[in-house]
Design a protein around this ligand. Sequence first.
Ligand SMILES: NC(=O)c1ccc[n+]([C@@H]2O[C@H](COP(=O)([O-])OP(=O)(O)OC[C@H]3O[C@@H](n4cnc5c(N)ncnc54)[C@H](OP(=O)(O)O)[C@@H]3O)[C@@H](O)[C@H]2O)c1
Length: 352
Amino acid sequence: MTGRPTLAVVGATGAVGTVMLQILSQHADIWGEIRLIASPRSAGRKLTVRGEEVEVVALSEEAFDGVDIAMFDVPDEVSAQWAPVAAAKGAVVVDNSAAFRMDPDVPLVVPEVNPHAARVRPRGIIANPNCTTLSMIVAVGALHAEFGLRELVVSSYQAVSGAGRAGIDTLRQQLKLVAGTELGTSPGDVRRAVGDATGPFPEPVALNVVPWAGSLRDDGWSSEEMKVRDESRKILGLPELKVAATCVRVPVVTTHSLTVHARFEGEVTVDRAREILATAPGVVLFDDPAAGEFPTPADVVGTDPTWVGRVRRALDDPTALELFVCGDNLRKGAALNTAQIAELVAAEFMGA
Ligand SMILES: NC(=O)c1ccc[n+]([C@@H]2O[C@H](COP(=O)([O-])OP(=O)(O)OC[C@H]3O[C@@H](n4cnc5c(N)ncnc54)[C@H](OP(=O)(O)O)[C@@H]3O)[C@@H](O)[C@H]2O)c1
């Protein structure tokens, strides 16, 4: 390859794609052409990236002509079909869907944790982890590097944008229906007000929390919970890691939060954990409860790092830490991590 790499953004019109265009406009401009691709529904629409209007083209084999790196921010089945097409045309694919994450020939990469993995990509595809795993793994990976992780018990508080534009639209519509009412005081009153408008969620999400994300897997687990387990193991290179996750949807637009109980090989101290978290790349330690300081989605949204607060040693286990973690699911949880991976590959191409 000579000159600057050509980048394709597939799914440029979606929730993740929209944030991707912002990130590409904010990061150092290392790209030659940036080609925007979506479904035929969006062909001809104009979107702004790097301060310029670019026309969206429909997904097709020809759309990958001359593309060096292709980011895929589309549903699983679209990635499953089209990522191999882009790879066969010579592009390195960075895929945000779940289609290839557990494929042993596809690395699952978080640049702060396992950047080396991006170089070994037998299928020409690199996978981006799911947003819930990504929202905690940079902080957990930093602690693992020092203490040696043995077990994770996590609960998520997931934003509606994790379910794409449809999730955001659903919460906003439901909030209009309940705003200014006395709802939320008797069984089923919110459900009756919301009616069938539950969008991608099984229950009303306004004035509520919903202990479900994804689809049903064996023995009552959800697909989202299985992703947290499987993907944490793969990223950290710990195939035997014990993981128990409970994924919960909350009425937050963007930014996932998690409580994390992390058990390590030996005794840990809060002081050392704080030092690690305060200096780890991509992590901000924001932890002073006496001053009312801990991360919340309302403050974290739109920012890049993984924010960590409420760092405590487990009262009944000197080998375990308790944390509260927040990360913007559309930035580090999706578009930012993809952009970072694409930048790693671009640096490789440009001989850095
Ligand atoms: N939201 C998150 O927090 C998050 C985090 C990590 C990973 N992800 C993953 O990232 C991917 C995109 O998620 P999202 O939340 O951005 O979804 P979304 O808002 O629903 O956007 C979907 C995008 O895919 C495009 N698309 C759909 N069907 C297509 C087709 N047949 N051909 C070409 N393009 C097609 C859409 O184009 P049109 O506008 O033309 O329909 C749109 O650009 C998914 O795999 C998701 O699981 C999402």
